[in-house]
Design a protein around this ligand. Sequence first.
Ligand code: ADP
Length: 949
Amino acid sequence: MSNEAGGIVGEFLSLKASTDADVLAMQCGDFYEFFADDAELVAAELDLKVSQKSSHGSSYPMAGVPLSELTPYLTALVERGYRVAVADQYETADGHAREIERVVSPGTVLDPGDAAARYLAAVERDGDGYGLAFADVTTGRFRAAAVDDVDDVRAELHRFDPVELLPGLGLRDDDAWPAVRDDTDARLTRRDPEAFAPGRARHRLREQFGRETLDAVGLDADAAVAAAGAVLRYVDETGAGVLASMTRLGTLDPGGRVALDATTQRNLELTETMQGERDGTLLSTLDHTETAAGSRLLREWVTRPRRDRAELERRHDAVEALASAALARDRLLDHLDGTADLERLAARATSGSAGPRDLAAVRAALATLPALASAVEGTPLAESPVADALARPDQAAARALHDELDDALVDDPPGSPGEGGVIARGHDDELDELVAEYEEAREWLDGLADREKRRHGLSHVTVDRNKTDGYYVQVGKSAADGVPEHYREIKTLKNSKRFVTDELEERERTVLRLEESRGELERDLFADLRGTVADRAELLQDVGRALAELDALASLAEHAAGNDWTRPDVVAPGEGDLTVDAGRHPVVERTTDFVPNDLRMDDERGFLLVTGPNMSGKSTYMRQCALVVLLAQAGSFVPADAATVPLVDGIYTRVGALDELAQGRSTFMVEMQELSNILHSATDESLVILDEVGRGTATYDGISIAWAATEYLHNEVRARTLFATHYHELTSLADHLPRVANVHVAAEERDGEVTFLRRVRDGPTDRSYGVHVADLAGVPAPVVDRADEVLDRLRAEKAIEARGSDSDAGTKQAVFDLSAGEFVGGADGRESAGPTTTANGTDREERAADANPADDGRAAGGNGEGGGRAATVKPRRAEDTADATLPPDVRAVVSELRSADVNDTSPLELAGRVSEWQRRLESASESTPNADASAEAAAETNADTETDR
Ligand code: ADP
């Protein structure tokens, strides 16, 4: 194509062919132009006008933007996911030529619209595992690490939320690639395999960060080195010019961090709600920061909780000091307000794109450091880690750089260095001389009008300058005839004439020459200054980090003080119980009259089964417990009256709530994958939150999985677990697994109305709540009674064993009879599970009674005490199990009734449905019962419908 089209279009097309960018912007004089397909694309995306450009007999679409406006257009294109090549024009001996200077992509754009971190990521896999690298070109942050597991890859991708991802070939060949790809919103940019070659990558990393650094941070695995190298190479090749601001290589700190997989980050709504919004997240609730850098750091703390007790106590000390010193805190926040983003300015300085106002902002931010230090002096903060954080950057170097900038820059510089008036007087002798001369010339010009009036007796004289005429003397028409001989007329206007003189022309030349030299010199001096700042990128990052830290700590203190949060006691794992007094949900408490609840988990009570009706507050309770732990390990105060948090190594959650399933956000397969991940990854130092397990399948499948998962978590993993379930049957496990205890969220019925008390109490909830609700809804008593009976019988032949392994006697078994809702037969571990098995052993009788409100003592062995080992349960008597008496029509009503969700149905609709059921029951009672209906058929119906109960 480039051969056909010559000239400018031909040049465009051949440049375009040389790049893998999606779009090319080519400088043509004062414009950047797009041609052919690119013109159409850009016009459609950005509402530009398309014109036609003829070239060598063909006509091409063309669209353009002025030079000065390229940046916003580039940013807009990149935001839409395009990679844009920019070709600049330069002078040659015989005209101009153009060359691609830079490719702007989502991960390499230097002037993004917002202040959030923008990561460019690379991921590679080899035989040993995965390598990850993340770089934020706008701040120079760079992190890389090796991880073993693809779940860690996904967790880190979720945490860093990169805008562009370079997937290595090894990753693309991996089975897990489709899942990783689907999980990220990042633009995927494929690079040649050689971009990931470990040998070259290692060399590149050593050049960038120094040989020792690589050893010091332990970056050794080939995959990690390859990923890091690929990122560096990409940043280099795209011409962002910011490599110099990437001064430090960080790790992902796998040892000290808390595992927080992508699912958990989403379920706990840390930075994004389940609906994908930012409002209503933990971060948006906590974030009172004054600066962009502070906000970025807070995000990092919330998404990367720590296990390092000393570091957490340092943050807690600082938050405590800041929370109680309200006045000093306000003063600090005032100083921080409007402080520039030093990390970003450092990157702009190294890329050469920082302008005079950017350097003035650096100067102001550097001045904030001593201002903050003196605001802290003499206050209680002086003894706190706040003072240490401020003292950490090299104060002398910061002061020196500040003074250098202050010496060189005027107070309020213009936006661009070539306009003059950027560099302060006294900074450079040559410039001072030029300025003096220039000012003298200007003074002469300023006084000229008056002098000419006096000298030649003229009235109405002005001296001015414009682009076409240069400097001129303008004389009113009436006086124009009296001008002296040496005036040369250059223009006649309606009421005046314009003249020049030799002297004026000479002065004009002087002024122009001085202006030009001054502009040139200022540009050079400014470039030197910018170079000085770029050389101190690391210092700027240190100061920026200190300011950000102060901002984030002050923000946590602000929130703690304003919401009655308290300092948590963080203790080593195993050195204390997890207790929360009057805990609240940090986000829900902001908008609701919140009912606080306690949490107590210890060696005897490590697994809480949470029951309660729909909408009673189970999820909220479990999430608040997880968030209290997370906040404590982020270094924050917590929403509670008191809390002791033994440090966890991971927080795992899975939410199988029905609305998730219904909205297609989850499938049974996903649910099981998440469960599997938890069972594999959690340890006895983890916190596990399970919000329904097994809902996505038939009842008996679901209950069996939930049952077995409970046993495994209790016996093998031994993680602290909160498990909300609607399988009431599971509550009996508390009697057989020593560390399992029941709690329920209480609801109260009064005058046929259910009131949610939001109180978490020990013991399981009422048993057949669904049928109970049907009763409340006014379903006729015979139907409710019958439903209870049917429920019992459906469970008749089902039995599950409980396996415990906590006793000295090794594995013991008990058989749970679903029909009776209790254990039967030989639970030889029953006694050893005795009264010490829960923290509140005194409740046991009550709870057992609660669990079996209809206990008629039918089941052999009662609660399983004293019986021998039993592997099976005797079937019930035939007349009990047979459910032949129920006509199909009635059965259908009963099944619909059971599956009706009272909380999700409007009263009006409910009334309608109830009267329809009544009508159907009436007509059913007129027909004869179907003698063939078997219990088995009824069980099938039940199994089908229970899943969406
Ligand atoms: P469940 O998981 O039992 O279905 P949720 O936890 O989703 O119930 O809570 C249902 C509703 O009750 C939510 O709108 C929540 O805001 C509110 N809620 C839950 N716990 C409390 C509480 N302790 N105080 C006040 N409101 C609460």
